[in-house]
Design a protein around this ligand. Structure first.
Ligand SMILES: *Cc1c(COP(=O)(O)O)cnc(C)c1O
Length: 398
């Protein structure tokens, strides 16, 4: 007998839980795209998006997923045959690097071991060696959703400045903008990108590309940028259709308005704090369970863990068994292991992830952890009982 009936909970690292207020805002007849409410909403959306990214720069909006944002960032900054430096701590930086290569860009890839962050000395050595300034951009991921590590950008800015290197600093913030602290202007990031379906709590379908004046200047250097991907007009449109280079994402605009209202009513600092506390509760549970048995957090050092996603190992095939049990018996869907495949575990059956981004609160997280504890017991996976209580103690101690 399954006990899964009731409200289901998608606890994967994106798409995230969509608030009822966002769903309600989208449930309406098709609006006019030529005048009225929809065009009138745009200036406010632009302002409120920039408050999430913590920038006074510009934003271009695309009807796409995160892969489209990757494409858009490169289309406006780096020409065919030019060179970039990619710093990778997981699957997603490599995905962005592959898109660059497919665009005819030469990629130097610096990989850092899964489980850590950048080795700044290696990054500095690579930039120092580039004394002819061939690198047009340094590309890196803020939170790598596969490994669940978090990377700092301010130290990269400092290296570039100290060397007088003009490369643009570009950040993929898709996993955790609106969850983990990110300060685009404060940290000296030139281009930052995200999607609608993670910290921004909307369905997939919108991507946001934030850029500063230096990046805009760089765009003018390029001879050929397709009209569709060009950020210039999207960020400074003279007519409503130019925001999207065509028909607007009508219902998504209403959903995004509702989501940004929720975000700014809570406030960015409070949101970052909420994610941090909930993440600490999750870590306490996992570390407790892992005292007896195979369960481990992928990122050992709490200082470089994301507050939005947590990757874990539990030995093959227990990752897959646990995910199945939670979905089938309890109505909770956990994330698969991503980028963790190895020769002895080609399908990553020994890994799983929790998404805890956006519209999540204490009862959801304690519910998630209670379900996992029940699953560990039901499947006879060795663990120390009491992880969910360890998480509850973190919450009550705040
Ligand atoms: C989810 C994610 C992506 C990919 O986004 P899509 O919408 O699936 O294209 C890229 N980078 C990071 C860090 C992500 O978390």
């Amino acid at each position: 007998m399954s006990l899964a009936n009731g409200r289901t909970y998608l606890a994967i690292p994106g798409p995230s839980v969509v608030p009822d207020a966002v769903l309600r805002a989208m449930h309406r007849a098709s609006p006019n795209i030529y005048e009225g409410e929809l065009p009138d909403m745009m200036p406010g959306l632009v302002t409120d998006l920039k408050r999430v990214a913590r920038t006074d720069g510009h934003v271009a909006i695309y009807i796409s997923n995160g892969h489209g944002a990757w494409e858009a960032a490169l289309a406006n900054t780096v020409a065919v045959g030019e060179k970039v430096l990619v710093l990778s701590t997981g699957h997603f930086a490599i995905g962005w690097a592959r898109i660059a290569e497919a665009r005819g860009i030469e990629v130097d890839l610096l990989e850092f071991p899964n489980g850590g962050t950048f080795d700044l000395e290696r990054a500095e050595a690579a930039l120092r060696a580039d004394n002819g300034h061939a690198y047009k951009a340094v590309m890196a991921v803020h939170v790598d959703t596969s490994s669940s590590n978090r990377n700092e950008f301010a130290p990269l800015r400092k290296i570039l400045d100290d060397l007088g290197h003009p490369a643009l600093l570009m950040a993929d913030c898709i996993a955790a903008m609106g969850c983990d602290r990110f300060e685009m202007d404060g940290w000296g990031v030139d281009v930052a990108l995200t999607g609608s379906q993670k910290g921004l709590m909307c369905p997939p379908g919108l991507a946001f590309l934030f850029f500063n004046d230096k990046a805009a200047e760089g765009r003018r250097r390029l001879r050929h940028v397709s009209t569709y991907w060009d950020w210039t007009q999207r960020a400074a449109p003279e007519a409503f259709y130019q925001y999207f280079s065509g028909t607007a994402p009508t219902h998504h605009i209403y959903g995004l308005r509702a989501a940004l209202d929720i975000i700014h009513a809570e406030g960015m600092e409070a949101i970052w704090q909420r994610h941090e506390t909930l993440a600490r509760a999750i870590w306490a549970a996992v570390e407790h369970w892992g005292q007896d048995g195979p369960l481990r957090l992928n990122i050992a050092d709490p200082a470089v863990r994301s507050h939005a996603v947590t990757a874990m190992s539990i030995g093959k095939p227990n990752g897959t068994r646990l995910r199945r049990w939670c979905a089938d018996e309890a109505g909770v869907t956990l994330g698969i292991g991503l980028g963790m495949a190895s020769e002895d575990d080609p399908k990553s059956d020994g890994f799983f992830r929790f998404g805890h981004m956006g519209h999540v609160n204490v009862h959801m997280i304690l519910g998630l952890l209670g379900v996992v504890e029940a699953g560990l017991g039901a499947l006879d996976i060795p663990h120390r009982a009491g992880g969910a209580s360890a998480a509850a103690k973190v919450i009550s101690g705040v």
